[in-house]
Ligand binder design. Structure first.
Ligand code: BES
Ligand code: MN
Ligand code: MN
Length: 458
């Protein structure tokens, strides 16, 4: 292991410089003007993976490319691990709220500030550097490795699912390992116990054929903005409970789970302060971690209607639009929720306006089984790095491909992330701790060693 440590130390600066090159590529998957940048990030990553000795291929999809790297030199007796990550990032706007520009990575106070620093380029690239370290310091890898990196996670992973289905044999693995989540607090290594799923909708309300003078017509013609406000208000009752018929029917919580959650070091006040909100609120009868990890939501993500420019303009808008998403928990199914949501909207839409519900994208929720040699190896690797056992905590976010990997490949997923609370994922001033980038690389090298020793049938 000392060869590994020496190599890590000797290459620390270069590892950081390379990540900075990766972060400079604005691979924003949601924006068509960045299509070429997304491809450039895929190619950049493929080149780096090739340099360290993986067999690399780039697979075009109807959307952004998938990068695949393979190394099977450990032989049939050794475990095979599939490492997944995403090289696409969220849009960086609003740009004026960034202290340093989003695609010019900058270190301040031990943090790398850039869009994608923690979500997920930094965490994906630390896996590549862990592989390089083992390859160069020991001459080979102790396990067989497949790296799969996609460019569409932030837009729903729609083209990755068919790819995994079509290449299930090639992707066959004993375990799936992902770093795209966070630690519950600095210094507390964390294994993710669950992810929420997602069902995302666009709701369009259409009234009069054009905007109307709100004096000449207001009061006598149905207002789509008011109609949409009523629709939105109908989604929750006064206790923050979702009122869509049948919405909670498939919600399952394992026995004792709520008890266990109460023992986690979740700091409510730190969490509140991070948000800048004066108070926390949510569904009555549940704690904040429960609201985030084991309860579903129905949230407005965007709202548009009428005149929103400078000054006043007295119009009765002709249309109104909302983007609404539901975070889902086991065993809710996005397809069922899509049906129930559309039925609810139809039922509550006031007379005189038309409503149209479009499904944008979805993903199933996931709960880890947290047992077996894979999890034991992870616990030892994290303990080696942080000097303490990992904590098992939920995440409120979604990674749609995770339950699909488990289903299609029949292998358990391990989510071990090195982000920190308040890292501004998807927000201005996203950052990744310099220390965790280095410690993450080292922990992953230990993980592969541990797994090689005790991990057949991970
Ligand atoms: N890395 C996140 C998932 C995540 C979020 C993990 C928060 C831990 C905490 C991932 O990149 C993400 O943002 N996923 C999207 C999925 C969606 C676009 C289908 C999400 O959760 O909104
Ligand atoms: Mn991510
Ligand atoms: Mn994300």
């Amino acid at each position: 292991m000392s060869d590994v440590n020496e190599y890590l130390q000797a290459n620390e600066q270069r590892f950081r410089d390379e990540l900075f090159d990766f972060l400079r590529i604005p691979s924003v998957s949601a924006r068509s003007e960045h299509t070429a940048d997304v491809r450039a990030a895929a190619e950049w990553l493929a080149d780096r993976m090739r340099e360290i000795g993986l067999d690399v291929s780039i697979h075009d999809t109807p959307g952004h490319p998938i990068v695949l790297g393979e190394w099977r030199g450990a032989g049939a007796g050794a475990p095979t691990v599939l490492v997944y990550g995403h090289y696409d990032v969220q849009p960086a706007e609003p740009l004026d709220l960034w202290t340093s520009p989003p695609f010019e990575p900058t270190v301040r106070d031990g943090r790398i500030y850039a869009r994608g620093a923690v979500d997920d380029k930094g965490q994906l690239y630390l896996h590549v550097k862990a592989l390089e370290t083992l390859m160069r310091a020991t001459g080979s890898l102790p396990i067989n490795i497949i790296v799969i990196a996609e460019g569409e996670e932030e837009v729903g992973s729609t083209n990755l699912l068919p790819f995994v289905e079509q290449h299930a044999e090639r992707l066959a693995a004993d375990a799936v390992v992902i770093s795209d989540t966070s630690m519950i607090a600095p210094g507390l290594p964390t294994i993710c116990a669950s992810l929420r799923g997602l069902a995302y909708f666009e709701v369009n309300v259409v009234g009069p054929s054009s905007d109307l003078h709100s004096g000449s017509y207001g009061g006598a013609v149905p207002n789509p903005a008011t109609a949409l406000a009523r629709i939105i208000a109908s989604l929750h009752d006064g206790n923050g409970h979702i009122t869509i018929d049948g919405f909670y029917d498939d919600v399952r919580v394992p026995p004792d789970y709520r008890e266990q959650m109460r023992t986690l070091p979740f700091d409510e006040e730190t969490f509140r302060a991070e948000t800048g909100s004066s108070t926390l609120s949510g569904e009555k009868g549940y704690t904040t971690p429960e609201r985030l990890w084991i309860r579903p939501t129905c949230e407005v993500n965007g709202l548009l209607s009428g005149y929103t420019g400078e000054g006043a303009k007295t119009v009765l808008p002709s249309r109104a639009m909302a983007k609404i998403s539901c975070r889902l928990v086991p065993d809710q199914d996005p397809a069922t929720i899509e049906r129930l949501f559309a039925e609810h909207i139809r039922k509550v839409t006031p007379e005189g306006v038309r409503v149209d519900v479009r499904n944008l994208h979805g993903g199933k929720p996931w709960r880890g089984r947290l047992q077996g040699p894979l999890y034991a190896a992870a616990a030892r690797a994290l303990e080696a790095g942080w000097g303490r056992e990992p904590i098992y905590a939920g995440e409120g976010g979604s990674i749609p491909i995770v339950p699909e990997f488990e289903r299609i490949l029949g292998a358990p997923a391990l989510l071990v992330g090195f982000g920190l609370p308040g890292a501004n994922m998807h927000a201005p001033n996203e950052w990744f701790s310099v220390e965790n980038y280095g410690k993450g690389i080292r922990a992953i090298t230990v993980l592969w060693d541990e797994l090689a020793r005790n991990g057949s049938n991970a």
